[in-house]
Design a protein around this ligand. Structure first.
Ligand code: UPG
Length: 473
């Protein structure tokens, strides 16, 4: 790491997680050691006067180091088109410009890129948003850490492509990157006190002045925006209280043992999940860094992978990661609040992407995607075949003739391969099954139906104009 020029803060953070690994730690947080968080304040219930003076000392940072490999992407996930021709980054850039205009202040904006996302992202900003690209310190680069041989704990090797020997250390690297790059010191020197961080795939996470004012007036050192969990929020991380010291902690799904999975999934027990919209007091962060010897010791997350992500038979490795939200346990006086669902609109799967691209979501004047009022307050529940629609490419292919209308849809369940077009309208509860290997085109208005299109005329080289879908007996 030294030879690669990696900053001491990142080396110390890696050393800390590596020591956990070799000491036999698993990174698991057992259910028996935690208690549920009973209640939290909802930001809708706050009656405070937003204080725009705080904006001058606030910096907004988007986490942009991820590639979205889970959705089959090999460039920054944020460069994916989410609405018409606009990508996550287009909408984020427009949100920033809109926020500056609305508040009449040049609120500072930063991106944390990784070695995998930096080139594409900077090129995108230079081409489309040259003013933002020209701002000092738009990019903060995150670190890289060695992948570890799962058997020997030596650094892993990959002769065919040595770049595979390194990986990003998770978004918990935010702190090491802030310290190691000198940004934390520079921001503090420049009079910045508050940082608002969120995922680049969450376009609901804009700078909210009321929440900022609440953060500032409560004098919290760190604040996590949570949402009440629904059936759809079984992944991600939930907030909990550590029995030992009654401190708030974050339990990510990767930190949960198989035998505790039932409790992890119990949304009536662990009611609040982390949106990863976080508020950080930069001066308090510096205090912890000073106390801990130059870094923040975060709990280890152990990921078992292969050194070449595209070759399952390559060397088995461990990738050590940390989560940004886990720092809640390091800050004395940390808090959490419940925020409206509109502040959490992530895209983790093709289901989310299809919904966002459809007419069920509209873009507000300040460039936030919100549910179309015509949906009556309830987003359609989309369940595309998880095997056939794991990769974005499959969704692109299925919607190459246009995105279907989902505004009147309550639930869409697709099993097998189908294609849709601009003329396809799903209304009510629709379920479509195709057991054949060939994609079948589904067009026109389909209302409250369970269709089996397996025997319909296949797409072949030509698209049939009419589909004779037979109702399931
Ligand atoms: N990211 C980085 N660097 C990394 C890893 C990720 O910048 O090394 C970025 C990534 O680009 C994305 C964000 O961090 O913008 C989130 O990353 P992801 O791996 O998608 O995390 P999630 O699985 O979404 O989980 C996070 C929190 C979890 C929370 C969830 C809400 O860890 O606690 O519930 O976000 O979406």
């Amino acid at each position: 790491m030294v030879a690669e020029g990696i900053a001491p803060s990142a080396i110390s953070a890696f050393e800390s997680t590596f020591k956990s690994l070799v000491s036999g730690a698993t990174g698991i947080i057992p259910e028996s050691t935690i208690s549920p968080v009973p209640e939290l304040v909802h930001t809708d219930s706050l009656s405070i006067e937003p204080d725009s003076e705080l904006l001058a000392s606030t910096v907004v940072l988007k986490l942009n180091g991820g590639l979205g490999t889970g959705m089959g992407l090999d460039k920054a996930k944020s460069l994916l088109k989410v609405k018409n021709d606009e990508t996550f980054l287009d909408l984020t850039a427009k949100q920033v410009m809109c926020m500056r205009k609305e508040f009449g202040q040049n609120v500072k904006f930063m991106l944390m890129n990784s070695f995998s996302t930096s080139d594409d992202t900077l090129e995108f900003f230079r081409t489309k948003y040259p003013n933002l690209a020209a701002e000092e310190g738009l990019e903060m680069m995150q670190n890289k850490v060695p992948k570890i041989d799962a058997k020997t704990f030596e650094p892993a090797t990959c002769e065919t492509d040595p770049s595979n020997e390194w990986c990003p250390p998770g978004h918990g690297d935010l702190y090491a990157a802030l310290i190691g790059s000198g940004r934390l010191a520079a921001l503090l020197k420049g009079g910045f006190k508050y940082m608002f961080v969120s995922n680049s795939d969450n376009l609901g996470a804009t700078l909210d002045l009321k929440i900022l004012t609440h953060f500032a007036t409560t004098d919290a050192s760190f604040m996590m925006e949570c949402c009440e969990r629904t059936e759809n929020d079984k992944k991600g991380g939930h907030l909990a209280i550590r029995n030992e010291d009654k401190h708030l902690i974050l339990r990510e799904s990767a930190m949960c043992a198989d035998e505790d999975e039932k409790d992890f999934q119990d949304i009536t027990k662990h009611k609040f999940f982390n949106t990863n919209n976080l508020w950080i007091r930069l001066d308090k962060l510096q205090e912890i860094v000073d106390k801990c010897g130059g870094f923040i010791p975060l709990p280890m997350i152990k990921n078992n992978k292969t050194v070449d992500p595209k070759d399952d038979s390559s060397q088995k490795v461990v990738q050590l990661e940390t989560a940004m939200g886990a720092a809640i346990e390091c800050f004395e006086g940390a808090s959490a609040v419940i925020v409206p669902r509109t502040r959490f609109a992530p895209v983790k799967k093709c289901n989310d992407l299809l919904l966002l691209r459809s007419d069920a979501y509209i873009i507000t004047e300040d460039f936030r995607p919100v549910l179309n009022p015509a949906c009556g307050g309830k987003a359609p529940v989309i369940s595309l075949d998880s095997k056939k629609f794991k990769m974005v490419q499959a969704l692109e292919e299925a919607t190459s003739e246009g995105v279907p209308s989902l505004v009147g849809c309550e639930r869409l369940t697709v099993k097998g391969k189908i294609r849709m077009g601009r003329s396809t309208r799903f209304i009510g509860a629709v379920s479509i099954t195709n057991t054949s290997d060939e994609a079948k085109y589904v067009s026109g208005k389909i209302e409250d139906a369970e269709l089996d299109v397996s025997n319909d005329v296949g797409l072949g080289p030509l698209k049939p104009s009419v589909v004779n879908s037979a109702p399931i007996a």
